[in-house]
Design a binder for this molecule. Structure first.
Ligand code: BTN
Length: 323
């Protein structure tokens, strides 16, 4: 039996219309209040057919992430083996911090069906509606100095790009440092947060958002020119979120192990092959200045190398590129 009294009524009346009047009597509220509740449920991924004089019929429920299905696809030894799944949280990054306080170890995976305060790079917010995307954090504990954090950021982007290309066949590229794009629109974002002591990393929380099955209507209008989803990019193909996440975590562990064994250089090469930023003139917006130049590569710290018109080579350690 559903906890939501309105959904409980629809559950009892499967495949039947229930009028607004019946609903308002059953729940002792106005028909406007019922309409508002229906709107809220629609936002959460429920689908209703509304017919004048007949009322509403529930015709679809939101997709819920299936942890068992995910676990059967996982081929890792450490990453993702221990999992926490919640319906809703402020941010999976916050939840992971709490779990660290309670003793969480490397590899812990936190997945939320929706986030109320999802955050992105540079203080931006991250749109995280229920049942349509993958909003998750992975805990890493590498024994590397704090300055290696940007290498881990690029490593995360490479693993994500590689696995999403394999799962979808889409031409996905990496915009420096770690945005994943399809035809210039963002499909996924990565936010690494770390805790360190005496220049040694204690924890890295890798937070990743993938817009999997969102439709155009699921995005706020302001994001329409800059954001897309796997579903929109494939003309309405609905993807298995379990397959996508398992494929990423499998790739992530493989690349992470390569990095711990052989250093950044193999990752650097892969990043350069997958990049859509290199070999063109770019502008990098930083906090107080804009840098410009021809993007020729990245260095061993993950900084973007820009050749300026006077021949000088400059390094960008942070910022947002225009391509
Ligand atoms: C960006 O592109 O600015 C980074 C976006 C990162 C979003 C993910 S969703 C899961 C995790 N929890 C958060 O609050 N943010 C990251």
């Amino acid at each position: 039996m559903n906890n939501d009294p309105l959904l409980a009524i629809f559950e009892k009346n499967q495949d039947k219309f229930v009028s607004g009047e019946q609903l308002s009597i059953a729940l002792s509220c106005s028909r406007t209040a019922i309409w508002k509740k229906i709107q809220k449920l629609t936002k959460d991924g429920y689908l209703f057919e509304a017919v004048p004089r007949l009322g509403y019929k529930l015709i679809g429920v939101p997709d819920r992430f299936d942890m068992v299905k995910f676990a059967t696809k996982l081929r890792t030894v450490r990453l993702g083996k221990s999992q926490t799944y919640v319906d809703e949280t402020t941010s999976t990054q916050d939840l992971m911090r709490t779990l660290i306080t309670n003793g969480a170890k490397e590899g812990r995976l936190v997945i939320a069906e929706s986030q109320t305060l999802g955050r992105g790079r540079l203080g931006r917010s991250w749109h995280s509606p229920a049942g349509k995307g993958l909003w998750f954090s992975v805990l890493l504990q590498p024994t590397v100095p704090l300055r290696a954090i940007s290498q881990l950021t690029l490593l995360t982007a490479v693993a994500l790009c590689k696995s999403l290309r394999a799962e979808t066949g889409l031409k996905i590229g990496i915009k420096w440092p770690n945005d994943l794009l399809i035809d210039g629109k963002k499909i996924s974002g990565i936010l690494l947060e770390s805790m360190a002591e005496d220049d040694r990393i204690q924890f890295v929380i890798a937070g990743i958002g993938i817009s999997v099955n969102l439709t155009q209507d699921d995005f706020p209008v302001a994001l329409h020119p800059i954001a897309t989803s796997l579903r929109i990019a494939t003309k309405n193909h609905v993807f298995s979120r379990e397959d996508i996440l398992a494929s990423f975590i499998n790739e992530y562990e493989a690349l992470y192990d390569t990095y711990l064994l052989n250093g950044f250089s193999p990752i650097q090469k892969l990043w350069e092959q997958m990049s859509v930023t290199l070999n063109q003139h770019v502008r990098v917006q930083q906090l107080n200045q804009t840098l410009e130049g021809y993007a020729v590569g990245i260095d061993e710290q993950g900084a973007l190398l820009l050749r300026q018109s006077n021949g000088d080579l400059i390094r960008c350690y942070s910022g947002d590129t225009d391509r």
